[in-house]
Design a protein around this ligand. Structure first.
Ligand SMILES: Nc1ncnc2c1ncn2[C@@H]1O[C@H](COP(=O)(O)OP(=O)(O)O)[C@@H](O)[C@H]1O
Ligand SMILES: C[C@@](O)(CCOP(=O)(O)O)CC(=O)O
Length: 452
């Protein structure tokens, strides 16, 4: 029986190009230090059930593995392999899953059921596509430090965790290990990313793939998908600068699917107007990536920041023109603009969610303090995060050194109860977080895709 193990993947911010990326334009996105953590326990042979415990969304459910619609998923016309490139969900397979999705949380209000349905559909579609009726009984427990539906890629992060966990259980991934050649690491990351994209399709319909790509590979990337039948082009930005960014959550929930749908509708009605706006967004992203990669770009220099900041402000203006801003996002912009301390844009789908502000250098402390109290009074939440961290990580087995006596015997076994009992996001980070004091924590391993 495989030992309990864990996987983890980061959230992301889109710095430039959200929405236009859905129309084949490039986007720049970077991993953030907020992450999801998935714990996997294999059950004894006598228990042939698969269970999800996702406390962040208050979901617990089990299915009998033998009762799942394997015949449909394993039909020779439908069967996929662990390395298949799946770019569309199969409506017949979705229909076969429906009764097993409908049995989840029948007595909960519709808005909660919707969230549960998203996660359950993603899990079951992957489980049945990759697994088989002989798959062992398992318990998947998930906790995340990423606010849900805030534009920080929570769905992509959990999608990467689910895909990586299943592919690891099937022994279809090699590594990660420290001396693995980068080409081999890239193949593993690509495999995970392909299935994470399938899970993203289950959660929000028509994803571009930028979120799952950056959640899998980490760091920062320029991402573009011009042909949905081919893998996207992904250009890593290895030297992504340490930008002075302020990340603010409006606490206004939004739906990515709804915001993407709004622009789709506008584009159908006014293609001659929306087309050039999307094209202008392409130029913004191109100009921004040239600027960031320029050897003279200095994230501490006022002129460098001003040029990048102006691009952010224009990008936001265009997103607003496409109807995906929100009064609470405009309020953040207004507060920052009023003090003249930086450039603000929404990040992610908009309609609520988060904004990012590039701060000017040397902003007086009292201005920042005033802003903090205004945010607090108006119910905003500020996040401290660093950009460009690691992508998907693996802790196999689920044992970590935690500064306790157990360290001498190799470390503390992380079981489901310990994981569930960790208090809040800080507790989760302390117990299982990939970051230790000032670096990576011993035990967690990452595929290294950089070329030497
Ligand atoms: N911690 C979590 N536990 C379970 N499901 C989650 C979690 N985080 C995100 N999800 C799933 O992802 C969906 C949110 O996706 P989306 O609206 O695209 O938001 P985001 O901008 O955060 O990616 C939720 O409805 C839920 O199905
Ligand atoms: C709006 C979009 O560009 C990003 C959505 O990001 P999020 O789901 O809000 O984290 C959609 C996509 O790229 O699939």
């Amino acid at each position: 029986m495989a030992p309990p193990f864990m996987v983890s993947a980061p959230g992301k911010v889109i710095v430039f190009g959200e929405h236009s990326v859905v129309y084949g334009k490039p986007a720049i996105a970077a991993a953030i230090s907020l992450r999801s953590y998935l714990h996997v326990t294999t059950l004894s042979k006598s228990k042939h059930t698969v269970s999800l415990r996702f406390p962040d969304i208050d979901l617990t459910h089990s299915w009998d593995i033998d009762n799942l619609p394997w015949a449909q998923f394993q039909h020779p016309d439908k069967k996929k392999s662990y390395f298949s490139l799946v770019t569309q969900l199969d409506p017949e397979l979705l229909a076969a899953l429906q009764p097993h999705i409908d049995e989840v949380s029948p007595d909960r209000p519709e808005e909660i059921r919707k969230v549960h349905r998203n996660s359950v559909t993603a899990f079951l579609y992957l489980f049945l596509s990759l697994g088989s009726p002989r798959f062992p009984g398992c318990l998947y427990t998930l906790r995340s430090t990423i606010p849900i539906s805030a534009g920080l890629g929570s769905s992509a992060s959990i999608s990467v965790c689910l895909a990586a966990a299943l592919l690891l259980q099937l022994r279809t991934l090699s590594g990660p290990h420290p001396d693995q050649p980068s080409e081999e690491a890239r193949v593993q990351v690509e495999r995970i990313n392909r299935w994470a994209f399938v899970s993203e399709m289950c959660i929000h319909g028509n994803p571009s793939g930028v979120d799952n790509t950056v959640a899998t590979q980490g760091k920062a990337v320029v991402f573009q998908r011009t042909d949905y039948n081919k893998p996207p082009s992904v250009r890593p930005l290895w030297d992504f600068p340490e930008l002075p960014l302020l990340l603010v959550d409006t606490k206004q929930a939004k739906s990515t699917a709804v915001e993407v749908g709004k622009i789709g509708k506008l584009n159908k009605t006014h293609p001659k107007i929306i087309g050039p706006i999307l094209e202008a967004m392409r130029h913004i992203t191109d100009t921004a990536s040239q600027l960031i990669e320029d050897k003279d770009f200095n994230p501490k220099d006022e002129e460098s920041l001003r040029r990048l900041g102006e691009l952010m402000a224009v990008n936001h203006g265009l997103l607003n023109a496409l109807s995906v801003s929100h009064p609470r996002l405009e309020r953040v912009r207004e507060l920052i603009d009023h003090e003249g301390i930086g450039w603000t844009k929404l990040t992610g789908a908009g309609g609520g969610g988060c904004s990012i502000t590039l701060l000017k250098p040397n902003v007086p402390g009292e201005k920042l303090a005033k802003l903090d109290s205004q945010f607090e009074a108006e119910g905003y939440e500020k996040y401290g995060t660093t950009l460009g961290g690691d992508g998907v990580g693996v802790l196999w087995p689920a044992v970590l050194k935690n500064g306790t006596e157990e360290d001498e015997e190799g470390g503390m076994e992380i079981d489901v109860d310990k994981f569930l009992n960790a208090q809040g996001t800080e507790g989760v980070e302390q117990l299982v977080g990939v970051h230790g004091d000032g670096g990576e924590r011993e035990g967690w391993k990452f595929w290294r895709v950089e070329s030497e």
